[in-house]
Ligand binder design. Sequence first.
Ligand code: FAD
Length: 306
Amino acid sequence: MKAFDVIIIGAGPAGVSCAVRCRELRLHALVLEQGVVANTIADYHEGKKMFGVAGFFQGSPDELVEFYRRDLVRSQVDVRLGERVVSVKRMGKYLEVGTEKGVFRSLAVLVAVGIQGVARKLGVAGEDGENVHYAPDNLKKYRGRSVLVVGGGDVAIEAAVSLCSFGAKVVLSYRKDEFFRVKELNLEQLSKSSVDVRFSSNVAEFKGKKAVLRGAGGSLDEVLVDDVFVLAGTVRDTKFLLDIGLKVGGDLNIDYDEETLETTVPGIFVAGDVTREKQKLIMPAMYQGFIAASCVLGYTAKVKCK
Ligand SMILES: Cc1cc2nc3c(=O)[nH]c(=O)nc-3n(C[C@H](O)[C@H](O)[C@H](O)COP(=O)(O)OP(=O)(O)OC[C@H]3O[C@@H](n4cnc5c(N)ncnc54)[C@H](O)[C@@H]3O)c2cc1C
């Protein structure tokens, strides 16, 4: 089996930036991505305004995805899309990376899987109904409709505000009595919008065109809805990371060395949102990916000499 110098898991900003830098450093890299290039950014809701990237890019999320795609093509990086990594195993000096379709081998692995995971469900009746959605796609098409958004994070607030601006009638249901750790800009835009915010409310049930909300005192309130967006966070798949022996804490806190980005398992590195970096943003992720390439180079040079 052909062995790569490094297999990069995830083609987000961290993974792409590492892959492109690896080419410059003459490292033979393979990128395995479960979805499409820059999947997280490709999933941003329509009409989303980018922030924090003006230093290197000005444009829409779709244009940024295209920027990364072109960067990979221009640098002739070997990228396999639709390859979800499910295992990493040590085989002597190599690491074997298993996807749902095959097995690949390398000296080092970069874990750049981000923190998005899969949408968290509420565990209530009717949540698999065809008008219940878990990703804020194509929001323009909800013009004139009554939409319930469930959640109180940035994703839910941004989607609620956008839906409103596209002409939907929006109720935002959040289980807590105030918002926590939400971007100031989002709170500002929410307060200027006509979104009907229902704090301390929990979905009890979805019944087709009705959603039943339970208030703090147990009161039940039926809301008429054409569509529902459940944007209540995500659940992360850490099994393959735990199996190889990475120490992973509650918040996908992988244990690693700040300087080398190497985890407690030799040859496995991390970059991007999965690290302890407080700013979970595109530019820090790209910077870490860039640095990770040099760390991988140092490691592979040592292993090749043995
Ligand atoms: C709704 C939303 C809006 C945001 N807006 C902004 C903004 O305006 N400006 C900004 O700077 N930041 C923003 N962010 C944050 C930004 O998107 C992240 O900080 C950045 O994408 C992190 O890059 P990353 O490469 O670490 O992870 P990601 O971009 O999440 O990439 C990880 C990649 O790994 C893939 N993957 C995961 N598991 C596997 C697996 N098992 N096998 C194979 N592939 C896998 C994923 O499909 C994904 O493509 C936003 C985030 C969200 C959710």
